[in-house]
Design a protein around this ligand. Structure first.
Ligand SMILES: *Cc1c(COP(=O)(O)O)cnc(C)c1O
Length: 370
């Protein structure tokens, strides 16, 4: 396909660049009532997502698909999992962590927030002390990869602390699931949330939750919303063998099925992680060679997205830099870190190390301020 003016590689953390075959998979209509769709597409997706989440104990987990963008799935999970007498501890170190707190606030869920600031990981000592000192805290929620900065939070340590104290752990792994190896069963995670248009490389339209079955079963009637009732959504999918409650985003779901096959063809999560990590390594190496500086220390980096400081030069303007890159077929992302003048480049999606090399060349050609 020839490149047109609006045809570019998305170096953003979702929606992201998808393969032509994933997009082609949407080119037919589906009946949501028929077995072709429910047994042939939805059920295998749910099964596959559980397998991707855990090989240690797949039988203990189940999967729910939910219409909407990723935030809808996060809101459905928090709003359903925490009972009216529950208390939620939110670990926040960026915009997505803050959004978890905003959801709890809006749903009137009793909660406290540990905000460690956008440039630092969650404070593990404080987490231990809080859980030890407040037996009423029943649930903990944290972002896996904080897409604001690109910081990979120490999920293993957090899970160890939360599970050894027997609390329910919810994880927003939106921008990491499928691109970063993990086993929810081994870590003891109770609910993990992601969406179609991140590391699985599908198109936008729905999110998914992998939940500990024995806990989800106890959440009947707890949801604070009708359409975002995770329990009811699950019940209908279980009983109807792949049927969605309310209209299902059929074309998006079929594209996702294709995307899961392509994940397998690539070699699974490990192989995808290796590609993303190589993308990100080349990106940082190339950008540093050109004089750009990373916002975070390298120990905190993820293969998902990287924040760079905007050059400190009177002639530099992000918008102009962005437009020059876009003309060359690359779309980057504005920064989101408070008080730090930065921009971000994502390295996930149908994007390969050669693309990153071409991007770095395009960046070099776009440095009009030097
Ligand atoms: C993308 C993302 C979300 C969800 O964002 P939507 O715009 O609702 O899809 C939530 N959390 C994190 C960490 C994300 O990267």
């Amino acid at each position: 396909m020839e490149r047109t003016d609006n045809d570019y590689l998305l170096l953003t953390p979702g929606p992201l660049s998808t393969s032509p075959t994933v997009r082609l998979a949407m080119d037919r209509d589906w009946c949501t009532w028929d077995d072709d769709y429910n047994h042939g597409v939805v059920t295998p997706i749910r099964r596959r997502l559980v397998q991707l989440a855990t090989s240690a104990c797949p039988d203990e987990y189940t999967c729910v698909l939910m219409q909407g963008s990723g935030t809808f799935s996060v809101e459905a999970t928090i709003g359903t999992a925490v009972p009216s007498d529950g208390q939620l501890l939110v670990l926040a170190n960026g915009a997505y962590g803050n959004r978890l707190a905003q959801i709890a606030e809006r749903l009137n869920i009793d909660h406290i927030v540990h905000d460690s600031g956008e440039l630092d990981p969650p404070d593990l000592r404080r987490l231990e002390e809080e859980l030890d000192g407040r037996p009423d805290l029943s649930h903990v929620v944290v972002v896996h990869n904080e897409t604001t900065t690109g910081m990979m939070n120490p999920l293993d340590d957090i899970a160890g602390i939360v599970k050894s104290r027997d609390r329910v752990l919810l994880v927003d792994s939106m921008s990491a699931f499928g691109g970063v190896p993990l086993d929810v069963g081994e870590l003891g995670i109770d609910y993990i949330i992601s969406s179609a248009n991140k590391c699985i490389q599908g198109v936008p339209g729905f999110g998914f939750i992998i939940a500990r079955r024995s806990l989800l079963e106890q959440t009947r009637g707890q949801a604070r919303s009708l359409s975002l009732d995770l329990y009811d959504q699950w019940r209908v999918m279980e009983d109807g063998q792949g049927k969605w409650r309310y209209t299902s985003p059929t074309h998006t779901v079929r594209a996702f099925y294709q995307a899961l096959q392509e994940l397998d063809e690539e070699g699974g999560v490990e192989a995808r992680h290796a590609r993303y990590a190589e993308n990100q390594r080349r990106l940082v190496e190339g950008m540093e060679r050109l004089g750009f500086q990373c916002v975070l220390p390298k120990a905190y980096h993820s293969p998902i997205i990287t924040s760079f400081l905007n050059p400190d030069h009177p002639d530099y303007e992000f918008r102009r830099f962005y437009d020059l890159l876009k003309q060359q077929g690359f779309v980057i992302y504005p920064g989101k870190v408070t008080g730090v003048d930065s921009f971000r480049i994502g390295t996930i999606g149908h994007v390969f190390p050669d693309d990153i090399d071409r991007l770095v060349d395009a960046v070099e050609r776009s440095m009009y301020w030097t």
